[in-house]
Design a protein around this ligand. Structure first.
Ligand SMILES: [Zn+2]
Length: 477
């Protein structure tokens, strides 16, 4: 008894302070019933041009009005912020935003970053995420509950199931499906626990994918996939709702590809591909006609393959971003820098990345819904939040205008989630989920990195304080 008493006391203290979330207040910049963002430039997320010198009134967590500052009438009780020189954008809707990070090892291991990632997503303007595959699904679900209850700081979360993977996975963090019936069981079990989407992975068979899609659709839920054993067109015919990673994950152009097998040589086949060829155009047409969205995840490919350059793709400022390196543990930083040192200086990979960008532009031009995420995996150089901002810069590099790139990363994701009536753009009646950046990303996209305040449901969080609170933690927790 003597031994156990102090333990019980410690536990009680921990539990009671946790329930009060004592450190929440220190990260809040603005919390008032009515807030006015005065003299701010607005990029509203719809793809419309920026509007200068606006005043936006937030009331009870929602956007109440948007008017030119010159004629706007402020409510008497409004707490007003002069945002001359700043731009307001919708909070980002991150659509390939895992809660986990690569930990190295052979075979590779991945761990949940439940302490650092939620803060880093929010700090960098990401107010909504879809987890797009999980290695710790119960943890993700409980973190979502804590965030929704105000007991943890982070984005709104849409939970994706553990991976639906077939035989031959390269990592043991995924369950290997026994058969199609196992896929049905998994979908229903995780839907009961709170998953709202499902992630098929590289070695799934057509029968297993068909079973998963059937069960998910019965419940009004969606299936996405990072595929290899199944080509894009085949997956669209089966009824998948979303394909991850754009062109990089399409194996259907490998000569003599065998059904249900992930072939060798996908990159080679893609490098030689003509996006204007009949075969590629046919795939794009099928995806668009079957309403299959594509998730662009350019940062994970840039970090893994593009040689260092001063600007553009492979920019040293992005790949060796000091603020990003500072939130990593020493171990994670060393592992990433060693992996970077092995990246070839050949231009082959940049050619492939440019091909993937061309595919994404062609898909949008054909009427397809392109959504955006970062995918914080690969060689460990893509970190929550920082990667989401880099994705927008890379979309501009791909040829989208800045306001189009911002729309892909905001309103398009909200549309896919069926949440566009509430989030995804800055409009009266919507939730006040906003990011405020210094400068003008509509003319200079790198200004999007200058995030200062992020509003979620009308509460304004201090971006820098959140980032400071997790220094050295990525790769630990
Ligand atoms: Zn992923």
């Amino acid at each position: 008894m003597k031994i156990r008493l102090p333990f019980i006391l410690i536990l009680c203290v921990t539990v009671s302070t946790f329930a009060q979330a004592p450190d929440r207040q220190q990260f809040i910049r603005t919390e008032a019933p009515v807030v006015a963002l005065a003299h701010v430039r607005l990029v509203d997320g719809t793809g419309s041009p920026a509007r200068d010198d606006q005043t936006i009134v937030i009331s009870d967590g929602k956007i109440q009005s948007i008017e030119p500052a010159a004629t706007a009438k402020l409510p008497a009780n409004a707490q007003s912020m002069d945002l001359t020189g700043y731009t307001v954008l919708p909070g980002l809707v991150g659509m390939h935003n895992h809660m986990f990070f690569p930990m190295g090892g052979t075979p590779p291991m991945y761990s949940n970053m439940g302490s650092s990632f939620p803060r880093l997503y929010l700090a960098n303007g990401v107010t909504t995420i879809r987890t797009t595959g999980s290695v710790a699904p119960y943890t993700d679900i409980e973190i979502k509950k804590l965030i929704d209850a105000g007991r943890m700081i982070g984005p709104k979360m849409h939970i994706t199931s553990p991976y639906l993977e077939g035989k031959g996975s390269f990592t043991p963090v995924m369950h290997t499906l026994f058969d199609a019936n196992d896929a049905r069981k998994m979908v229903n079990y995780w839907a009961d626990q709170g998953a709202t989407s499902f992630k098929a992975y590289m070695n799934i068979t057509r029968d297993e994918l068909r079973a998963a899609v059937e069960e998910a659709h019965k419940r009004g839920l969606k299936v996405t996939g990072h595929l290899c054993s199944i080509g894009f067109k085949e997956a669209a015919e089966i009824g998948i709702d979303n394909l991850e990673h754009g062109l990089f994950a399409d194996s259907e152009f490998v000569p003599n590809k065998q059904p249900d097998q992930c072939p060798q040589g996908v990159n080679t086949s893609l490098r030689q591909l003509d996006i204007n060829s009949a075969a590629v155009q046919e795939t794009i047409k099928t995806l668009v006609s079957k309403n299959v969205a594509i998730t662009s995840t350019l940062p994970v490919f840039e970090a893994g393959g593009a040689p260092l350059s001063q600007s553009g793709i492979g920019a040293a400022s992005a790949l060796l971003n000091q603020r990003m390196l500072n939130v990593m543990s020493t171990d994670a930083r060393v592992r990433y820098l060693q992996a970077r040192a092995r990246v070839s200086s050949q231009g082959d990979f940049v050619a492939l990345l440019k091909k993937a960008m061309e595919f994404e532009r062609a898909f949008v031009k054909a009427g397809g819904l392109l959504i955006a995420g970062l995918d914080p995996t690969g060689n460990g150089g893509i970190v929550a939040g920082f990667g989401d901002l880099r994705e927008i810069e890379l979309l501009v590099e791909a040829g989208f205008t800045p306001v189009e790139a911002i729309q892909i990363a905001t309103l398009n994701g909200a549309k896919f989630l069926g949440e566009e009536a509430r989030i995804g753009s800055v409009a009266p009646g919507k939730q006040a989920d906003l990011m405020i950046v210094k400068g003008n990303p509509a003319s200079s996209i790198s200004d999007i990195e200058k995030v200062e305040i992020v509003f979620k449901d009308g509460v304004g969080y201090d971006s820098e304080k959140l980032i400071q609170s997790v220094q050295g933690l990525v790769g630990i927790r």
